[in-house]
Design a protein around this ligand. Structure first.
Ligand code: ACO
Length: 374
């Protein structure tokens, strides 16, 4: 009997120098730097540079990188028009369509070489943030807001979403959130990007494949599901009973469990304190209390290695900052962009076509039956 690795669980696909995850120790490392160290000290721009180039930037390198991002923020009018045409669709479908449009218009759109894909990737990191903000506004019947050159990536993103310059502390929270989401090794969407890149497809095609894969509730959709759960529970006192009903019905509790982490996701540890402090600052302690009660109700699952993942607190943080639930997965994409690009570049550098096998279990000797005899 052949060995089947359903879901490729535990299968090591290739070597990488981009990120290291120790799922038993709850450790995440980008290019050698622990996520807690980066969360405390690095901006999203610095983290992006680190992921793309493999080393932290010098002051000059960071200045140039930030300038490249600023120069790429604006998106063509034709892409805005494309968003307008599909704005009633699911936000991830809008994002996928807009990224497809913006990359098809890019001169690199048919070129799968590292020296072309790297600058194209930097442009796309900037443009995806603009696309998400523009779609958010256009879905509400508002005009998109043009990017500002004097703001950092996170602050400019909030500015383009809401039309007002954000408070420095709100921008810092989004910056942290983007750092935490920037990279996570061979997760499903990054794997999809590497599969596309492995065929020799260009960066834009690989990123569209990643966005399509991120859409699902088992990957990018969990933060939205958690926030819906929190709102449905409504009162901290109802949380334990609600979770009991869910788990007894055999349903998974969103924001818990992870293919790799069998202890607490270190990104969840970072966001827990943020969700608590932000809730307090915005006069809404209730959501954090509900989340705390859900965690308490899920304690028996720790024995099975089921702990909160990054999405557990992310939803509350976004909601407290005024970002609507439907934009949570697009937000994830804004953060994950540098990781996706870094993996596409790594795939190009030492490419082997990714093509696993499937074990066929259907019939093998059927004879064709003419249509009017079936
Ligand atoms: N709630 C309750 N039980 C759970 C949960 C959960 N959230 N997650 C896993 N389990 C249980 C499973 O039912 C299974 O139990 P069993 O052995 O009795 O059958 C066991 O734990 C192992 O679970 P699997 O689904 O096999 O684990 P897998 O590695 O395939 O799944 C996944 C990981 C998909 C993330 C899963 O934990 C899940 O669906 N969680 C909820 C969705 C979620 O939060 N997704 C975000 C992931 S993080 C991210 O993408 C950013």
């Amino acid at each position: 009997m052949s060995k089947i690795g359903t879901g490729l669980k535990g299968v090591v696909l290739d070597e990488t120098r981009i990120a290291f995850i120790d799922g038993d120790a709850g450790k995440l490392v980008y290019r050698g730097y622990n996520i807690h160290d980066l969360a405390q000290h690095a901006t999203f721009e610095e983290t992006s540079y680190l992921l793309l180039h493999g080393a932290l930037p010098t002051r000059d390198q960071l200045d140039m990188f930030e300038e490249d991002l600023r120069n790429a923020r604006a998106i063509p009018r034709s892409v805005i028009d494309t968003i307008d045409r599909v704005k009633a669709a699911h936000p991830m479908d809008i994002l996928r369509t807009a990224v497809s449009a913006v990359t098809a218009l890019d001169e690199s759109s048919n070129d799968a070489r590292v020296d072309v894909a790297l600058p194209a990737g930097v442009r796309l990191i900037a443009q995806v943030a603009t696309i998400v903000a523009a779609m958010h506004r256009m879905r509400a019947g508002k005009e998109p807001v043009a990017p500002r050159r004097d703001l950092g990536h996170a602050a400019n993103f909030l500015y383009m979403m809401f039309g007002d310059e954000p408070a420095a502390e709100d921008a810092k929270i989004i910056d942290l959130d983007l750092v935490l989401h920037a990279e996570h090794s061979s997760n499903a969407s990054t794997f999809a990007a590497r599969v596309a890149a492995g065929t020799g497809a260009d960066l834009g095609s690989a990123i569209v494949a990643a966005i399509a894969t991120l859409k699902g509730p088992f990957h990018g959709g969990a933060a939205e599901a958690v926030q819906k759960t929190v709102e449905e529970i409504g009162d901290p006192e109802r949380a334990v009973e609600y979770i009991k009903e869910k788990t007894e019905a055999g349903e998974k509790v969103m924001g818990f469990g992870h293919r790799v982490y069998k202890t607490e996701d270190p990104r969840a540890s970072e966001l827990r304190g943020v969700a608590q402090a932000l809730g307090h600052q915005k006069g809404n302690d209730r959501w954090f209390q509900i989340l705390t009660e859900i965690e308490r109700a899920m304690e028996p699952y720790r024995a099975k290695g089921i702990y909160p993942n990054v999405d557990f607190y992310a939803g509350a943080v976004y909601s407290l900052l005024g970002i609507p639930e439907e934009q949570f997965i697009p937000m994830f994409a804004v953060g994950r962009m540098p990781g996706w690009v870094a993996h596409v570049l790594e795939q190009y550098q030492d490419n082997v076509l990714i093509r696993p096998l499937l074990e066929y279990t259907g019939p093998r000797h059927l004879r064709y039956v003419p249509i009017d005899r079936r």
